[in-house]
Every structure is written in structure tokens, then in C-alpha cells.
Design a protein around this ligand. Structure first.
Ligand code: HEC
Length: 204
């Protein structure tokens, strides 16, 4: 039998052709994206979280790490996701709320039981027993972790309405939900969480 060179079957040609088109398109899209990104004088993705600390807040960020909060939390892109990420908490909760939570977690939480903060043997029981000036600095630090609307750590979606979200809500949200819940986008931003416009930061 003479070894005839095998050519591709039609199905294979179509399959490889489609695959090839995808690869070519991906390469072109990547090249265009990089070209736009490199030639633009503005960052393509603006920063939506802000980290501006007062002296006490900066001290709090050091204490936050020293007190092993990062073993369960994330802040400033540091730490773990085991517990809650605290980035943006300053746009959701007031300094007072945070301080009171660190002291008396169970009183401040809506749910009847907390997981880790609270009296021993809960794992974060030591937090409430930290020296008061340290807790104040840490609370200040957390209250200064702000997130703009639309940031993944912000309580509010970006400004303006999205037709896409409106149509998804209309199609998929059960009728009872409109009575049970209110649309966060129709609320005044300052009423979200426990923050009132003027008590997020007392400037100390
Ligand atoms: C063992 C894990 C663990 C450690 C350590 C820990 N936390 Fe937490 N933290 C949690 C969990 C879980 C929650 C959610 C409340 C709960 O169930 O206890 C929470 C909630 C919080 C909240 C409330 C967030 C919100 O918006 O509701 C703050 C503020 C906070 N922690 C700060 C701290 C600070 C500051 C430290 C260090 C001094 C710390 N935590 C150490 C696990 C931990």
C-alpha cells in the first residue's frame, strides 16, 4: 500500500477554521486593547477605592496587621478573604458603629449570633479586649476605607439606571420581592448602611 498523504476531512477543516478565526480575533482584540491602553493618558480602569488616612488612621492600619485582623479580613488589598473584606466599609458604616462593633459585636449585629467576634470561645474574642486607644485607631482606619459607587466593595451600584438590570429585574424578580424589598438604586445614598452624610469621618 502506498502511503498517500492524508488530507483533512471537510468537518475537520470547518472545525479548525472556526478555531483559527477565534485565535486570530483574540490576538487582534488584545493588540487593539494594548494599543489603546498604552496611548491613553488616563488610566483605563479608574481607582474606585480611596485610601486617605489621617495620622490616627495610618496608625490603625499598622495595628490592624499587628492584631492579626488580616488572618480573617482583607483591607488595602492585603490579608485574606476568610472573613469579610473591609475595603469600602467606611462608605457603609460610621466610625461609631465600627468602634462599637469592635467592643460589643453582638449588640451591633442584626443577626442574633456572630460567627467569630463575641465572647470566648469565639475566635476573634480577643478583639474586644484590645486596649481602647488601639481599638479607636483601628476603627478610624476602617472608617477611612472608602469605596465609590460602582466599586465592587461599595454598597451602591454605579450612578444612573441600567436598562439591562431593569429588564432582568422585571423578567426574573418574583412579584413579592417588590413588596418585601426596596430597590437600593432608588434610595438616598446616605441612608444606606449606618452612615449619615456627616458622620463617616470626624476629621481626627
Ligand atoms: C477569626 C476570624 C476573625 C478575626 C481574627 C477578626 N475578624 Fe472581624 N469579622 C470576622 C467575621 C466572621 C465577621 C462577621 C461577624 C461575625 O460573624 O463575627 C467579622 C466582622 C468584622 C467587622 C464588621 C464588618 C461589617 O461591616 O459588618 C469589622 C469592622 C471587623 N470584623 C473588624 C475586625 C478587626 C479590626 C479585627 C482585628 C483586631 C478582626 N475583625 C479580627 C472574623 C474575624
Amino acid at each position: 500500500m502506498n502511503a498517500k498523504k492524508q488530507s483533512f476531512k471537510t468537518g475537520e477543516k470547518v472545525l479548525f477554521g472556526i478555531f483559527g478565526v477565534f485565535v486570530v480575533l483574540a490576538v487582534i482584540a488584545y493588540a487593539v486593547l494594548e494599543a489603546v491602553r498604552l496611548s491613553s493618558d488616563q488610566p483605563m480602569f479608574g481607582a474606585t477605592n480611596t485610601y486617605e488616612f489621617t495620622e490616627q488612621g495610618a496608625l490603625g492600619s499598622v495595628l490592624f496587621r499587628e492584631a492579626r485582623c488580616t488572618s480573617c479580613h482583607r483591607a488595602l488589598r492585603n490579608g485574606t478573604n476568610m472573613g469579610l473584606s473591609l475595603d469600602g466599609t467606611g462608605s457603609l458604616r460610621s466610625y461609631d458603629w465600627i468602634y462599637n462593633f469592635l467592643k460589643e459585636p453582638e449588640k451591633m449585629y442584626d443577626s442574633s449570633d456572630t460567627l467569630d467576634h463575641g465572647p470566648a470561645p469565639k475566635e476573634a474574642a480577643y478583639v474586644a479586649r484590645l486596649p481602647d486607644d488601639e481599638l479607636k485607631a483601628i476603627a478610624k482606619f476602617i472608617s477611612q476605607l472608602k469605596a465609590e459607587r460602582g466599586s465592587s466593595s461599595a454598597p451602591m451600584p454605579p450612578e444612573g439606571r441600567s436598562e439591562f438590570i431593569d429588564s432582568m429585574v422585571k423578567t426574573w424578580a418574583p412579584k413579592e420581592w417588590t413588596e418585601k424589598y426596596s430597590d437600593i438604586r432608588t434610595r438616598d445614598q446616605d441612608s444606606i448602611g449606618d452612615v449619615k452624610a456627616d458622620d463617616t469621618d470626624d476629621g481626627k
